[in-house]
Design a protein around this ligand. Structure first.
Ligand SMILES: [Fe+2]
Length: 589
């Protein structure tokens, strides 16, 4: 039985295909269309999934959309009416998109995939999120926690889920509590993202990256706009926000009266600690204010996540937790959840945001609606397309380059480790690309984390991005505990680089290029998930005594992560990368 899940028309569009409940392929549309955060109909991602399974659209048993369009339409209409006449703009804009695309989703799927309308199903947005985590997790039963911007009406849910093999009956997933629009943790975070001079739906990572450079001095001020209860539920004072009636502004004039002037998006963010300094103390002082505000916003977010988790734990009495929704990508909040939260184990799926809804919707239909047994756990994130030696040779020849070919992996890995130790920055392209926003060793840029200067080199010469942006330490799972105080074998979020933890005292100086103010957003690597990447870490560890490498996504600022060999070669040629490794081919500049 083939079930295709689709998410689109809001944030990141994606497709995921199940064969008898086992994931065959999953990808975000941006990787193929090359439009960052592409939210259009995921035509190319769907074609890729079908090709991977060797089937046509007509052979699909079900096509599932990740939310219920009519319920969402109702929310937009109701909100527009409640805030009329301020909402005229947002109402007109939404009506146009809805009539162009959303109300016609069924017809669109029918004609594009040539499937009968009876095969097209819709699953609630937050049920899709919760299912994307629980049915990919290894847990027999778990509490679920979802939080994002907004689905139909829900912005955050608490649920409980169990598998047939643990409850002796049917697979079950029930959302038992919810918070509703406009009270949304995702939209709260996005409003501050815009205020701090970053793009909404893209710059949230940057707010998180800024936060460690500040002190949470303004928590009391932030709490004026968001009132938090003991159980983690909260209430936004809507007089500070405008996303419920404006298309281009997320916060109101009153918000500016409270927090001052928004940060100029075109200005560079720098404080005394980020470097490089301009020596202009007024600029530094002003930026320190924004860093302190970012720290305060992040702290309140973490408190809400922790309180909600404690509430979900008390309410369900369960020991394991599955997290999904865009806020699930907040790795610093996840770090606190794992360290201070009440749950023994936490699972977060790599595509925790809206792209993951495609997978969750398909899993929900298979396991809950059809009641089929579970046989899949997501152990790794490599569900995209791979490219063989012929494609690589063609791409190399087209670019007029010469590549050295290695007959076996060991020799290739030795060579790459020599390059790393020599201070080279390497574009590393292997196997199937990653599902979700993180590069996890198949489309990565890698470098020596022991060299403090690497942070500046990779940010400025390779990726052309802001100097304060951090890099991730990839580490052998079996050595993770030497650098971070946690049990890596029991925690899934670190496999998918969704966990920020403090680096053990004394160890931070060993790996300065991946030390972000004493913390690291680590990725743990086990041989069985990715033997070549593991081999690099192991041999680099033998050569240097440090089983850690710097890993960042293989792309330039503002571009999606590379997909094909041609993208990798183009990025290599346009950046300061020293070496490019495409499977067993090595190219030097
Ligand atoms: Fe969502």
């Amino acid at each position: 039985m083939f079930i295709l899940g689709i998410s689109c028309f809001y944030h990141d569009a994606a497709a995921a295909l199940l064969k008898d409940g086992v994931l065959v392929a999953a990808a975000e549309e941006e990787r193929f269309s090359r439009k960052k955060h592409d939210f259009g109909f995921p035509e190319m991602a769907i074609q890729f999934c079908l090709a991977e399974a060797g089937i046509t659209g007509q052979e699909l048993d079900y096509v599932v959309f990740y939310e219920k369009p009519f319920v969402k339409f109702d929310r937009i209409l109701m909100t527009a009416m409640a805030t009329f006449p301020r909402s005229v703009g947002v109402f007109r804009e939404s009506m146009i998109t809805w009539f162009n695309d959303k109300l016609w989703i069924k017809r669109l799927i029918q004609t594009r995939l040539r499937v009968d309308s009876g095969k097209i199903l819709f699953v609630d947005h937050h049920a899709s999120h919760a299912a994307s985590a629980f049915f990919c997790s290894p847990f027999g039963e778990a509490a679920t926690l979802t939080f994002d911007g907004v689905g139909e009406w829900a912005t955050s849910t608490v649920g409980r889920a169990s598998a047939a093999w643990s409850n002796g009956g049917r697979n079950d997933l029930r959302l038992v509590q919810e918070m509703r629009f406009p009270h949304s943790l995702g939209l709260y975070y996005s409003a501050f993202t815009a205020f701090l001079g970053f793009e909404v739906n893209d710059g949230e990572y940057k707010v998180m990256g800024m936060a460690p450079y500040g002190e949470p001095r303004y928590v009391d001020k932030v709490r004026k706009v968001i009132h938090v209860n003991d159980d983690g539920s909260f209430w936004l004072d809507m007089s500070y926000f405008s996303y419920h009636y404006s298309v281009d502004r997320t916060f109101s004039r009153k918000f500016e009266e409270l927090f001052g002037e928004p940060r100029d998006p075109k200005s560079d963010f720098m404080t005394a600690q980020t470097g490089p300094g301009t020596g202009d103390s007024e600029v530094m002082r002003r930026n320190q204010y924004y860093a302190d505000l970012a720290a305060s916003v992040q702290k309140v977010t973490e408190e809400i996540v922790l309180r909600m988790a404690r509430h979900a734990h008390a309410h369900t009495g369960l020991k394991k937790l599955c997290v999904a929704g865009g806020v699930g990508l907040n790795s610093a909040a996840n770090g606190r959840l794992v360290q201070e939260g009440p749950f023994e184990e936490v699972f977060i799926q790599p595509a925790a945001g809206d792209s993951g809804g495609a997978l969750g919707a398909a899993l929900y239909v298979y396991h809950v609606l059809l009641g089929r047994p579970r046989q899949f756990t997501m152990e790794h994130a490599y569900w995209g397309s791979a490219y063989g030696p012929d494609r690589i040779r063609e791409a190399v020849a087209r670019a007029g380059l010469r590549a050295e070919h290695f007959g076996d992996d060991d020799r290739m890995i030795d060579r790459v480790v020599d390059d790393l130790v020599a201070g080279k920055v390497i574009g590393w392209f292997q196997g199937r690309f990653e599902w979700g926003p993180r590069a996890l060793g198949n489309r990565s840029i890698i470098a020596d984390p022991r060299r403090a200067e690497m942070k500046g080199i990779v940010n400025e010469k390779i990726k052309f991005r802001e100097p304060f942006r951090p890099f991730a330490p990839a580490i052998l799972e079996e050595r993770a505990n030497d650098y971070f105080a946690f049990d890596a074998t029991r925690q899934y979020p670190s496999r998918f680089m969704l966990l920020v933890l403090p680096i053990r005292p004394g160890k931070a100086d060993e790996i300065p290029a991946v030390n972000h103010m004493g913390t690291g957003r680590l990725q743990t690597v086990r041989r069985e998930w990715n033997p070549r990447y593991h081999g690099i870490l192991q041999k680099f560890g033998q050569a240097t005594g440090v089983p850690v490498i710097l890993n960042t996504s293989f792309n330039l600022r503002g571009e999606p992560i590379v997909t094909e060999p041609d993208h990798a070669i183009s990025t290599f040629m346009r950046s300061g990368l020293d070496v490019l490794v495409l499977e067993n081919f090595r190219i030097v500049k």
